[in-house]
Design a protein around this ligand. Structure first.
Ligand code: HPA
Ligand code: ZN
Length: 342
């Protein structure tokens, strides 16, 4: 087996993947058709073309606007998990969704979350993959909107919903804006994470840890600008959920992952694990993210094993689930190692 095939077949955990960003172009087109949403082109895949977070977020909202009925959410969630399994041997996922992108256009929160849960449970039955859900604050929302969103999440809470996160454009809306939403979520027993240092200085990581109380950092690249904070998060073993292609497209050099800051994060001893972010919207998938990033950085199988184990350790699965996943992953990785041509 060559290394590319090996990397695709490595068992994977994903902790940074946005439901709305995983909708297949064909499903986007079907749902637009179903609900009479006019798209600027019939070829939905052609819309997935941008080089800034702002342009990306426009299309992300357009995709979201085609999701309306509970079945739409269920179908897209199932397909999203199925793609992870088929294209990258996904075993476990904690997936973001943006409640206010839906409730803000009149879709009841219950419709959204019940649909996602239907899709996730079908995927668990058919594919054996558990997918939990993290409600994301949308940074461009007002603080009261985010707080009300958390209230809704806590009021109607299937067991799959385990956490609060934060996404959207980072530079104009710093994390401290949402301290109240995070406080309420913590009080309600949700686990906490946030996108930080995707497009803003290192101090956003410190704010997320110290003011919001997050346990993980989604992205985190610009932490490299503050050596003290690098040391602190290394010592504390904070998990960084990094996404090679999506951030290369929006912020770095899309064509050259050899210069991606993820490399330096690894060299600095930070705990990272690899994710797909919004896979079809960046013409990628979780298998391809491993193939592209690992080969660009010339990391060997031992490093890869470390990253997938970081995914298990950094997840919010139960201790029992983690123990089981570690065993299963070790076994699969040993089998793959034995077949790898060196
Ligand atoms: N960053 C910010 N907003 C997003 C992202 C991301 O990675 N994906 C979907 N919305
Ligand atoms: Zn993201």
């Amino acid at each position: 087996m060559n290394y590319e095939e090996y990397l695709r077949r490595v068992p994977k955990v994903e902790l940074h993947c946005h439901f709305e960003g995983t909708v297949r172009p064909q499903t986007f087109a079907d749902l637009a058709n179903k609900h009479g949403v006019e798209l600027p082109t019939q070829d939905a895949d052609k819309l997935y073309d941008y080089d800034s977070i702002y342009e990306f977020l426009k299309i992300f909202a357009m995709v979201s606007s085609t999701l309306r009925d509970q079945e739409d959410f269920a179908r897209a969630a199932f397909e999203s998990i199925e793609d992870g399994v088929k294209l990258g041997n996904l075993k476990y996922r904690e997936m973001f969704f943006n409640p206010t992108l839906h409730t803000g256009r009149g879709i009841p929160y219950k419709t959204v979350v019940d649909g996602l849960v239907d899709g996730a449970r079908e995927a668990e039955r058919e594919l054996g993959v558990k997918c939990r859900l993290i409600a994301d604050v949308y940074r461009q929302d007002a603080p009261e909107v985010a707080r009300e969103m958390v209230e809704q999440v806590l009021e109607h809470r299937p067991e799959e919903v385990i956490g609060l996160g934060m996404d959207g454009a980072e530079a104009p809306d710093p994390p401290e804006k949402f301290v109240e939403a995070y406080r309420l979520a913590k009080k309600g027993g949700l686990r906490l994470t946030a996108h930080a240092c995707e497009d803003a200085p290192a101090k956003n990581v410190a704010t997320c840890l110290d003011v919001l109380g997050v346990e993980r950092i989604d992205h985190g690249y610009h932490v490299l600008g503050d050596p003290e904070l690098v040391k602190r998060t290394r010592d504390e073993g904070i998990t960084y959920t990094v996404c090679p292609t999506a951030t290369a497209v929006c912020y770095f050099d899309a064509d050259d992952l050899t210069k991606h800051p993820i490399r330096q994060m690894v060299d600095e001893g930070l705990t990272i694990m690899i994710n797909s972010d919004d896979p079809p919207m960046f013409h990628t998938d979780i298998g391809r993210e491993y193939v592209g990033m690992v080969q660009a950085a010339e990391w060997g199988p031992d490093r890869v094993r470390e990253f997938v184990m970081n995914g298990i350790d950094g997840s919010w699965a139960s201790d029992d689930e983690k123990r089981q996943m570690r065993q299963e992953f070790e076994r699969e990785l040993d089998e793959l190692d034995a077949q790898l041509e060196r």
